[in-house]
Design a protein around this ligand. Sequence first.
Ligand SMILES: [Zn+2]
Ligand SMILES: [Zn+2]
Length: 362
Amino acid sequence: MADYYDVLGVSRDATTDDIKRRFRVLARETHPDANPGDSAAETRFREIAQAYEVLSDPGKRAAYDRGERFGTDLFTSGATLEEILAQFFGAGVGGFGGFTTRPARRQGRDLAVTVDLTLDEAATGVVREVTYRSAVTCAACAGAGSAPGRSPTRCGSCGGTGQMRVARSTFLGSMMTVTECSTCSGWGEVITDRCPACAGRGRVDDTITITIDIPAGVDHGTRLRLGGRGEPGERRTPAGDLYAAVRIAPDERFERRGDDLHHHVRLGLAEAALGADLKVPLVGGELLDVEIPAGTQPGTVFRIDRQGMPRLRRRGRGDLLVEVQVVVPTDLTEEQAEAIRHYGELHGENPAASRKKRRLFG
Ligand SMILES: [Zn+2]
Ligand SMILES: [Zn+2]
């Protein structure tokens, strides 16, 4: 961690006034309002604020000078930039480059549902019905929160602005602090006659069923966003979004890698050596005739173009990769063993005389 004196650019014998003066200059330079969207400036501002928090406090400064290193309250508590600004400049400061705290948005929450699919359904796309609990707009008041025929009244505390402005003097000069009006919670109006159905919330809980169009090519873990299908916001503010998370059941025929599908076939010795005609499954349920050539080695992969998964929201498909495994027989009859021994002799091999399994060690 950088030395706090270096961060502020003051000497170790600087007075508290020197430190304040220096902080005021640096805070103006690096204040987030003066550098919107500049994360380097924000980091620098945090460092400066942290150094100032310690060096401006005689007790903390003395401890720091003795070599004690401690987490400062603001920064170890995981405070947000807004909270740090509020600590040094008051909660939301007007007149300091225009930094103000806006009333929190009452947008509806995002919701999530899970959609279970088979691989075949993921390959074709499917229309799926899902049911979930959510707040919905209150039908009685159409979301307004007031009893039918009544309207909210303008908040007398803030005159309808939703904000309270308080002038305060700080070491940076006089500043206008803007906070949310506590009477109306920032709405600017007050519901005097609450809708009896929703108690003024404008929303009630309900069970919702919707159909979701799942496009072809989705993968396990794909999240589909349905804009505005989440919880409605309070008092007609925008609704949240609904996220449908796709879960695809394991498929014993295929292993999916991106848009490619991998299928494993097991060949006998004779099939691998002499070639074979196989039927390979395709996603969707059909079978494809595949000719395995003579002399196919274990681990060989045959690529069948465009028989994998469709590409999500794009043209084309992945491929089907057929990987060959050659199975060496383990439980031969005497007759089969004799045939293989005969082959071995013709091939110049030197197989064991007995068909009994031999142990390599002990
Ligand atoms: Zn209502
Ligand atoms: Zn108000």
